[in-house]
Design a binder for this molecule. Structure first.
Ligand SMILES: Cc1ncc(COP(=O)(O)O)c(C=O)c1O
Length: 433
């Protein structure tokens, strides 16, 4: 397939932008080949610089739940642009967006809007530390919460030792308070609380982890997270940057509340869908906690573009669409049809395959069984995944260019798009058999 213009743009980009991209995974380093430079998008598709059309299963890594260019979202954004780009003073739309978020998430009484998921998670942790007067935090291997220093960390050699930085430029002192545990490992969690419980500010978790493809926290594991946090006075922070308004109207916390009546996190971190494709994120929780933030309380947090009027218009229009009755049922059915179709197509060729989905988010593995933690995910064969990725790309289907990333279906994907995707995968699976 001709990719001349893409290659040309990549060359130009590499001369000026490190790696030619403004976020690493876009560089295709996990799968090889030339990144596609996107010219435009509409509905379930985008077109690259060579005019090649792709069915888009990354949806800007989650935000585009309505597909691209939804008319009511475009109209809201156009109106907002006409009214002004940014004021640095409050607007009514920020209240409306906060109301819309709080309306759907019972655990969220107050919201602070920011501009990226990284900023939201970083600020939520500062608030957890400020509110509890404790420094230590627990995160889980395979969960990503943005690139704040304290979160770029891998496990130490044992539970007594805290983490090591995973990035140059992060001082060891900055991650010395971050304990990294294995996802879904109840015994390890209990041991960590037994040792450090009195010093823990929070546990931060992706309850349905989309940064190790798609791995659910088991219900007993989540129950134990909740019990131990409550018992030791640590806050349970749900990072729903990816899952919020994506796996359902009430997010991943809604999924766990259905299994564990009364379940709720202490704080929620949001991003992606709440901005509908514009830079917007948030964190929220109970009033007593959120009032510890500046200007009311001692925990400092601020942002020039926070609650930006164009971004809030985009997010609000998006949230109003997805709150329509039946939206998630239809989206969930489509996503399920995709995963089931891929599973059946893999089985026809005898290719090991497992997949899972919730709402408009899915994941699959070239493994016979669904993994439950990061080490199991990483048993996937990267070379086989690379073949699958490029086979699909050549057939006009764009999935995430790394095996540890989730996929996203939008309401704009038609049954025909799903069927074409499954057919493309069927052809590629034959070459993998
Ligand atoms: C769960 C989760 N938290 C935080 C982030 C960071 O968000 P951002 O890329 O907007 O900084 C991401 C990004 O993918 C994410 O998936």
């Amino acid at each position: 397939m001709a990719t001349d213009k893409n290659a040309e743009l990549f060359e130009r980009a590499r001369a000026l932008i490190p790696g030619g991209v403004n976020s690493p995974v876009r560089a295709f380093r996990a799968v090889g080949g030339t990144p596609r430079f996107i010219e435009r998008a509409q509905g379930a598709y985008f077109w690259d610089a060579d005019g090649q059309r792709y069915i888009d299963y990354i949806g800007s890594w989650g935000p585009m739940i309505l597909g691209h260019g939804h008319p009511r979202v475009v109209e809201a954004v156009q109106q907002a642009v006409r009214d002004g780009f940014s004021f640095g003073a409050p607007t009514e739309r920020e209240i409306e967006l906060a109301e819309e978020i709080a309306r759907h998430l019972p655990s969220v009484e107050m919201v602070r809007l920011v501009s990226s998921g990284t900023e939201a998670a970083m600020s939520a942790i500062r608030l957890a530390r400020g509110a509890t007067g404790r420094n230590r935090i627990i995160k889980f291997e395979g969960c990503y919460h943005g690139h704040a220093d304290a979160l770029l960390v891998k496990a130490g050699s044992g539970l007594a030792t805290f983490g090591h930085p995973t990035s140059a430029g992060v001082p060891a002192e900055v991650v010395q308070h971050t304990l990294v545990l294995e996802y879904n490992n109840i015994a390890q969690l209990e041991e960590a609380f037994a040792t450090h419980g009195a010093d823990l500010a929070c546990v931060i978790i992706e309850a349905i982890a989309g940064n190790m493809n798609f791995v659910r926290a088991s219900v007993p594991f989540m129950q134990r997270c909740r019990e131990l946090c409550t018992q030791h006075g640590a806050l349970l922070v749900f990072d729903e940057v990816m899952t919020g308004f994506r796996v359902g109207l009430t997010g991943a916390q809604g999924v766990y509340a259905r299994a564990l009546p009364g379940f709720a996190p202490d704080m929620t971190v949001l991003g992606k869908v709440i901005g509908g494709g514009m830079p917007l994120a948030a964190f929220g929780g109970p009033r007593t906690l959120m009032e510890k933030l500046a200007p009311l309380g001692p925990v400092y947090q601020a942002g020039t573009l926070s609650g930006n009027p164009v971004a809030t218009a985009c997010g609000l229009a998006t949230l109003r669409e997805i709150a329509q009755p039946g939206f998630y049922e239809a989206l969930g059915q489509k996503t399920r049809a995709l995963v089931d179709g891929l599973q059946a197509a893999a089985a026809e060729s005898g290719v090991a395959f497992s997949g899972d989905c919730e709402g408009g988010m899915f994941g699959f593995f070239l493994l016979p069984q669904l993994p439950h933690n990061y080490a199991q995910v990483m048993r996937s064969d990267a070379a086989r995944f690379g073949k699958l990725f490029h086979g699909l790309l050549d057939r006009g289907v764009y999935i995430a260019p790394a095996l540890y990333e989730a996929g996203f279906v939008s309401s704009a994907h038609s049954d025909d798009d799903i069927a074409r995707t499954v057919q493309a995968a069927r052809e590629v699976f034959r070459t993998l058999a």
